[in-house]
Design a protein around this ligand. Structure first.
Ligand SMILES: Cc1ncc(COP(=O)(O)O)c(C=O)c1O
Ligand SMILES: N[C@@H](CCCC[NH3+])C(=O)O
Length: 476
């Protein structure tokens, strides 16, 4: 994910000799990278929604993930305003989900995209309205489909012919007299692979042909999926869906995707004019990128929304179609920027490399178990000394975790003050999306707590995992 490398790639220089590219002031909090309510106080300590990180660390321990509630909610509103309707915005729960966040989303009037039975179960348990939930997934089990259809969710985004078969069987069961939701058709969308090469990391691009998601447009599979769904009386085709990938900055990929999906919509409505009143949703997926470092410059939500809506209107006008309702599924752009991970420095080691060069390894009390993204995608993050100010010169450093793995890197190359010491707190920005959600207990390191911060108060919304939690599955 190093589309925008920040500074030199490796620390191959003396740790105490600042290199070109070191920021002039290490304490600056770039507003695009840090939560909307992050500042420094008179001591130079980082405060998050009015909470000094030293107090957060004292109360909740480290590592901890501080989630700025107002930041999260304000990004929900940005999307709702930009798209003109909150329920057209389906928050992608895979980015980060817990009961509290589900309630915030419900409050804000957003819809919710879940991609497994587990995410669905949490959303329903937390009281999210079923009709505002859509279920994704490339291999939904019969049990997941049954749970979703019984709950009466708003839509199932179909991903394979096997799944159409499973849904047809569920629809047939509904035909039986006395069946739950007797006679109600199951609302479905079709996930279309539009053949766009999104400019992002290979593992998170999802619309090129050679991958597992969706029905290929070019091979005719998407059109065949339409035929099979229409032929099954118990399924109602309500929309077409495309998701081209994640952490995308360039709207051009969405433009091509929208063009191709509208083309399919036109062909489907020509062949099946009876769908005109029901096939009304065009879901363009998620993928809007965020700033992990000051070098990242993602488009603003309102600009992206306008360009998506203009594209769809133009394409529909050209195709002579009524403009469908445009739905989007942002995950990272809502959850990502508002969370900061706070670690305590445990060891600092200077390693002499070939040629006498030195690399400074700063080891923290978490690592790849709470943030796998650096190891998995070569992701870049911004880190700062959070517990105090420092006038020391910048030293090129590498922040690493405590796991038994040399790839356990949190921030590969960064500048930290040369007087950084054991016991200092470091804060890593923009860890709200796909960090906790992809966390593990590797090496039996318990997952950190997630602490909601707002108006000078903090509240645990997910408690820290304990050694005992990690033993609960034992049968001894
Ligand atoms: C179908 C679908 N929708 C939405 C998202 C959310 O993407 P992002 O978090 O990049 O907005 C994803 C993840 O890439 C996805 O697979
Ligand atoms: N997990 C990825 C995003 C993939 C989203 C799911 N399709 C990330 O951390 O960037």
């Amino acid at each position: 994910m190093r589309a925008h490398p920040a500074g030199p790639r490796s620390g191959e220089m003396h740790a105490d000799r600042p290199a070109d590219g070191a920021p002039a002031d290490l304490s600056t909090l770039h507003p695009a990278v840090w939560p909307r309510n992050a500042t420094r106080n008179a001591d130079g300590a980082l405060t998050l929604a009015g909470n000094d990180v030293r107090d957060l660390a004292a109360e909740h321990g480290t590592p901890l993930m501080a989630l700025d509630e107002a930041d999260f909610r304000s990004r929900c509103r940005d999307f709702a305003d930009a798209f003109g309707r909150a329920d057209a915005v389906h928050y992608a729960g895979k980015a980060f989900l817990c009961g509290e966040v589900v309630r915030w989303l419900a409050d804000e009037g957003l819809s919710l995209d879940v991609c497994t039975g587990g995410e669905l179960a949490l959303a329903l348990r937390a009281g999210f309205p079923a009709e505002r939930i859509a279920l994704h997934g490339s291999n939904k089990s019969a049990a997941e489909l049954a749970a979703a259809t019984q709950a009466g969710i708003g839509g199932i985004v179909v991903d394979s012919f096997d799944e159409i078969g499973r849904l047809a069987a569920l629809a047939e069961e509904r035909e039986r007299p006395g069946a739950h939701r007797h006679g109600e058709p199951i609302p479905v969308l079709i996930r279309v692979t539009v053949g766009v090469e999104a400019h992002t990391h290979e593992f998170i691009a999802t619309a090129h042909e050679d991958q597992k998601f969706g029905f290929s447009l070019s091979s005719g599979d998407a059109a065949e999926a339409v035929r099979r769904i229409v032929a099954c009386g118990g399924l109602r085709l309500i929309g077409l869906h495309s998701h081209i990938g994640s952490q995308i900055f360039d709207p051009a990929g969405f433009e091509v995707a929208a063009h191709r999906v509208v083309g399919l919509l036109r062909r489907v409505l020509e062949d099946h004019p009876e769908l005109t009143d029901t096939l009304t949703v065009l879901d363009l997926g998620g993928g809007l990128g965020i700033a992990y470092t000051p070098a990242d410059d993602p488009p603003a939500v309102d600009a992206m929304a306008k360009s998506l809506q203009d594209i769809v209107s133009r394409e529909c006008q050209l195709a002579g179609l009524v403009v469908p309702s445009v739905v989007v599924e942002p995950g990272r752009a809502i959850a990502g920027p508002g969370t900061v991970t706070v670690y305590e420095v445990g060891t600092i080691k200077e390693v002499v490399l070939d040629g006498g060069l030195v690399r400074r390894y700063v080891s923290v009390d978490g690592g790849m178990s709470d943030n796998i993204r650096t190891a998995l995608y070569d992701a870049d993050y911004t880190v700062t000394l959070a517990s105090r100010s420092s006038d020391a010169p910048p030293a090129l450093s590498r922040v690493v975790g405590k796991h038994c793995e040399s790839g356990d890197i949190v921030v590969r190359d960064c500048y930290l003050p040369a007087d950084l010491a054991v016991g200092d707190l470091l804060a890593v920005a923009a860890t709200g999306a796909y960090c906790y959600a992809m966390a593990s207990s590797y090496n039996r390191v318990p997952r950190p707590p997630v602490v909601a911060v707002a108006d000078g108060r903090s509240r645990t919304v997910l408690r820290r995992e304990t050694d005992l939690d990690l033993m609960l599955l034992e049968t001894w």
